[in-house]
Structure formats: structure tokens, C-alpha cells
Design a binder for this molecule. Structure first.
Ligand code: OSB
Ligand code: MG
Length: 372
């Protein structure tokens, strides 16, 4: 396979409501969509997980574009006719980290390759389910009544699990109220996005009384030892997101007892092949995983749903319906069915068509990558 055209497309799409985490507030989803075209005339598509600012991880969109143009794309081009999705990671290995940039490249190439073979992401990755249960990530709100109203809307819509974003000053009270209002049967978890330190251990253990499924990434991403210490004293299972960038990280975190659950995001770990390796390492250790998200449009969500259908994904993911994010998605909208599940796409590659007019309307700029 050879690439004959490639373009990076900067898009900005308004979110249906602002999304606030311990890092800050987003009103829009900014991302880069990559389109590649093969010598066989097949298109491959992918969506970048990075944001405008390097707050979730060290990557940011302008940096992604730069590292692709100057360092990653030349290494892909050098593969010539020998380009396959499996060849991407070894070719890019000399460049340290930059997982979201690598994910963008590998995913578009895998999409094109699978489309050429008439195979879906789900079949290729080894999915075992046709539908996956949908959870929803609920941002920090200005007031508790606003939070209760938002959660009520999601419960009504059929989401099977609620995740509350927390930070110091917005933790015990929101969790207590949501538990009180929606009862003990609601599957409920929290995500701190690194907002706490080990000095907060006593405080965090007070969350134990609320029967949470898990607490996600309470401490800094580089603090595995701290997470292990917290996990020893907290009854609530500790889940890692930001800390896990590879199957090796997963193996280390599990061996150190720093987590008992892992959130797998393909964008954070350099693509679907590494995401599957993390799934395999976790499964071999009896560690449950679930599929996280970066507020992706349908372009990024479609392959996430395929990943979430692998057997080790035993907890509901942040793979929500299109309407949770956008009034107009870039693909046909993903919708919740009557039991709060979303269908895994079955068509070749990512299995969804991009709506060209919608994409054009949200595109700020298109930059081609050099060929040959
Ligand atoms: O930590 O999981 C996170 C969104 C942006 C950055 C980080 C996170 C999130 C989410 C949203 O929680 C998940 C989604 O619905 O895509
Ligand atoms: Mg998270």
C-alpha cells in the first residue's frame, strides 16, 4: 500500500454544553482530522485525541501537526510501498512518545488497509459483541442543582453508568447528592484527572462510603507509587487513565498494584494496536478495562466502539451517543438503543461515512502532507 495524498484538516465543532474538568472548560471540540488516499484509491480517516492546550497530556494540536510534518510523516513516506498499519509503530519508534500524533497516523492507515480488505475494525481487533453499553462523563458544574439536572437527563436518556468529574472542592457533596437522588443501584464512578496529591488520602477515602465503581486518575500521571499507596488504603478501586501510555506501563502499574482497573484510550497510547496489547495484558492479569474517550466525533468514536466490544472490556465506557456531544456529528449520529447500548459499526474499516458538507462547514484549514 502506498499513500498518494494526505491532508490534515483543522476542525472546530461546538459542544452541546460546555465540558469542565479539573484542567479547565471546553466550549468546542477542536481537533485535527487526517485523510489519506492510497494508490488503490481508498480513503482512510482518523481523528486526533489532542486538545488545543497540553493539559491532559504533554501533546497539543499545533504540536501534533508539527511533529507529524517534521518527524513522523517523513518516516511513513520512507516505507514507500511497504506501508502497512503494523509497520507504522516500528517506523515511528525512534521518535519518543507523541502518542496522539502516532495514533492519528496509524489509525487512518489501518482504516484504509481494512477498507481495502473489506474488514471492519471490530473483526480485525477481535470484538465479540454487536452492541456495547454506553456510559457518560459528566463535567464539573457551577452548582449542585445543575449537576443533578444534567445527571437526570442522562439517566432518562438511558445511559447505564455515570462518571462525575471531580476536583478539590467538588467531590464529596456532588457524589453524595447524586447517590441520594438516584439510589444505590446507579453505576457511578468519578474522574479526578490528576487533581489530588497523597496529602488528600484521608479526604479521598471518604468517597468509599458511596459505593463507587472506581476512582479514575486521582494523582499525577507519573505517580504510580502514590496510586499504589492510595489503593492500599482506599476501598474504592483505583483506575488509571493518564498514567498508562503503553502495554508496558500497564504491566508495571498492575505489578506495582497501582490500579485494579484501566481506562484504555487508543489516542493516549499511540493507536488501536497498542490499545489491544493493553487489553491483553490486563485480561491476562484479571484486570477489567473500559474504553475512554476524548469527546471524539463519529470519526473517532466508531473505532472506539469496535475496541470496546473486545472481551476484556467488562465495564461500560465513555462511548456516548453523538447527541451527548454535538447537535450535528460528522457522521450519521450514534444513538442509544432501548437498553442503553450503542451498535458497533460493521462496515469495512471504521465503518462510518463522513458527511462531506458537515465536515466542510466545521473545517478551518486544510494542510496537505508532502507525497514522495
Ligand atoms: O479524562 O476521560 C478523561 C475528555 C477529555 C479529556 C479527558 C477525559 C475526557 C472525558 C470525556 O472524560 C470522555 C468522552 O465522553 O469522550
Ligand atoms: Mg479520565
Amino acid at each position: 500500500m502506498k499513500i498518494v495524498a494526505a491532508e490534515l484538516r483543522w476542525v472546530q465543532i461546538p459542544l452541546v454544553a460546555p465540558f469542565r474538568t479539573s484542567f479547565g472548560t471546553c466550549d468546542d471540540r477542536d481537533t485535527i482530522v487526517l485523510r489519506v488516499v492510497t494508490d488503490g484509491g481508498i480513503e482512510g480517516w482518523s481523528e486526533c485525541g489532542a486538545e488545543i492546550d497540553p493539559l491532559y497530556s504533554e501533546e497539543w494540536l499545533a504540536g501534533v501537526e508539527l511533529v507529524i510534518r517534521d518527524h513522523l510523516w517523513p518516516r511513513i513516506s520512507a516505507l514507500g510501498d511497504g506501508l502497512t498499519a503494523v509497520a507504522v509503530k516500528p517506523a515511528l519508534e525512534p521518535v519518543k512518545r507523541h502518542f496522539m500524533a502516532k495514533h492519528l497516523l496509524e489509525t487512518a492507515i489501518l482504516d484504509a488497509e481494512l477498507k481495502g480488505a473489506g474488514m471492519s475494525f471490530g473483526s480485525y481487533l477481535g470484538s465479540v459483541k454487536e452492541r456495547v453499553p454506553a456510559g457518560v462523563s459528566v463535567g464539573i458544574m457551577d452548582t449542585l442543582p445543575e449537576l443533578l439536572e444534567a445527571v437526570a437527563g442522562y439517566v432518562e436518556a438511558g445511559y447505564v453508568r455515570i462518571k462525575l468529574k471531580i476536583e478539590p472542592g467538588w467531590d464529596l457533596e456532588p457524589v453524595r447528592l447524586v447517590r441520594q437522588e438516584f439510589g444505590d443501584d446507579l453505576l457511578l464512578q468519578v474522574d479526578a484527572n490528576t487533581a489530588y496529591t497523597l496529602l488528600d488520602v484521608q479526604h479521598l477515602t471518604r468517597l468509599d462510603e458511596f459505593g463507587l465503581l472506581l476512582i479514575e486518575q486521582p494523582l499525577r500521571e507519573d505517580d504510580l507509587r502514590g496510586h499504589a499507596e492510595l489503593a492500599r488504603v482506599m476501598r474504592t478501586p483505583v483506575c488509571l487513565d493518564e498514567s498508562i501510555t503503553s502495554a508496558r506501563d500497564a504491566a508495571t502499574a498492575i505489578a506495582q498494584r497501582a490500579c485494579s482497573v484501566i481506562n484504555i484510550k487508543p489516542a493516549r497510547v499511540g493507536g488501536y494496536l497498542e490499545a489491544r496489547r493493553i487489553h491483553d495484558v490486563a485480561a491476562a492479569n484479571g484486570i477489567p478495562v473500559w474504553c475512554g474517550g476524548m469527546l471524539e466525533t463519529g470519526i473517532g468514536r466508531a473505532p472506539n466502539l469496535a475496541l470496546a466490544a473486545l472481551p476484556g472490556f467488562v465495564l461500560p465506557g465513555d462511548t456516548s451517543a453523538s447527541s451527548r456531544y454535538y447537535s450535528q456529528d460528522l457522521t450519521k449520529p450514534f444513538e442509544l438503543d432501548a437498553d442503553g447500548c450503542i451498535a458497533v459499526p460493521t462496515g469495512p474499516g471504521i465503518g462510518v461515512d463522513i458527511l462531506p458538507d458537515v465536515l466542510a462547514a466545521v473545517t478551518d484549514r486544510v494542510d496537505s502532507l508532502p507525497i514522495g
